[in-house]
Design a protein around this ligand. Structure first.
Ligand SMILES: [Zn+2]
Length: 263
C-alpha cells in the first residue's frame, strides 16, 4: 500500500488542488520579466546579451533555439501566406523611457490584428537603434516593434525598419515630447492611428521566435515588413541619444525557415 491510499479522499483532493495552485503560481511567475531577484540586464559588458541567461532563472530561455532577432536571408516565398490582417483605429498612448527603450503603451483604444482566427491586441510599440533584424546581412538605422498579445499571452510582433532619408511624418508627432529619463512619462490625449507608420507595400518576412529582451520568451510570431520607411538622421539621432545601442545581436536561425509574403 502506498502512502496516498492512507489519505482520506477529501484530503487527497485538497492535496491535488494545493499542488495545482502551486504549479499555477509558478507558471505565472515564470512569465514575469520583473522578478526582483533578477540581476539588471544591459546591452554590453558582464550583464550584456551573452550573459542574460545567467542573470536570473527566469531568463534561461535566452539561450533557447528559437531566439530573435535573426538575419532575414534565404527566405522562402510561401503562396499560402496572406496580407497581415490589421484592424487598427485611433488610440491614445503614454510614452515612457524604461531604461532600455522608448515605449508607447496603449492607454485607450483597440488596435488588433487577426492571425488564423485569433485576435491579438496591440499592447505597446517601442524602438531599437540600430535595427535588430538584418535583411541579407544589412541593418537599418532603427527598428520599431509593435507588440500584440492574444488572450492567452501569445505574441505577434510586427517589425518596421527605418532607413535614413526624409523626415518621417508619423515620428514628427512625437519628437517634441519624447521622454529622455527613466522617470519621465509623457501622457496626452492625442489620438492617432499607428497604421500611419506602415509602408504602402506590406510585403513581409515571417518566422517563429522570441522577445529580443529578457526573459526572451519564445512565444512570438514575427512579421518584419520588408520595405523600410524613411526617417531623418536627426529623428533617428534623437531616439539614439536616449536609447543608445539597444539592439540584441542576431541569433542563429537553427532549424527555422523564414517565409516571405510578397504583396
Ligand atoms: Zn523590441
Amino acid at each position: 500500500m502506498t502512502t496516498v491510499l492512507h489519505l482520506q479522499p477529501f484530503t487527497l483532493v485538497k492535496t491535488i488542488v494545493f499542488i495545482f495552485l502551486l504549479t499555477g503560481a509558478y507558471s505565472c511567475k515564470k512569465d514575469k520579466s520583473t522578478d526582483e531577484s533578477c540581476q539588471k540586464w544591459e546591452y554590453e559588458g558582464v550583464t550584456g546579451p551573452d550573459h542574460w541567461m545567467s542573470l536570473c532563472d527566469d531568463y534561461a530561455e535566452c539561450s533557447g533555439i528559437f531566439q530573435s532577432p535573426v538575419n532575414l536571408t534565404a527566405a522562402l516565398p510561401d503562396p499560402a501566406l496572406k496580407a497581415i490582417a490589421f484592424n487598427y483605429s485611433d488610440l491614445e498612448t503614454e510614452i515612457e523611457f524604461n531604461g532600455h527603450t522608448i515605449e508607447f503603451e496603449t492607454k485607450k483604444g483597440n488596435c488588433t490584428l487577426n492571425l488564423n482566427g485569433t485576435s491579438y491586441k496591440l499592447q505597446q510599440f517601442h524602438f531599437h537603434t540600430h535595427s535588430e533584424h538584418a535583411v541579407d546581412g544589412t541593418f537599418a538605422g532603427m527598428e520599431m516593434h509593435l507588440v500584440h498579445e492574444d488572450a492567452a499571452g501569445n505574441r505577434v510582433v510586427v517589425g518596421v525598419l527605418f532607413e535614413e532619408g526624409a523626415e518621417n511624418a508619423f515620428l514628427s508627432r512625437f519628437m517634441d515630447h519624447l521622454p529622455n529619463k527613466t522617470t519621465t512619462k509623457h501622457s496626452s490625449s492625442d489620438e492617432y492611428n499607428p497604421a500611419e507608420v506602415f509602408p504602402s507595400n506590406r510585403s513581409y518576412f515571417t518566422y517563429p521566435g522570441s522577445l529580443t529582451t529578457p526573459p526572451c520568451t519564445q512565444n512570438v510570431i514575427w512579421f518584419v515588413l520588408e520595405n523600410p520607411v524613411e526617417a531623418s538622421a536627426e529623428q533617428i539621432g534623437v531616439f539614439e541619444a536616449t536609447m543608445h545601442e539597444n539592439f540584441r545581436p542576431v541569433r542563429p536561425l537553427q532549424e527555422r525557415a523564414i517565409r516571405h509574403f510578397e504583396e
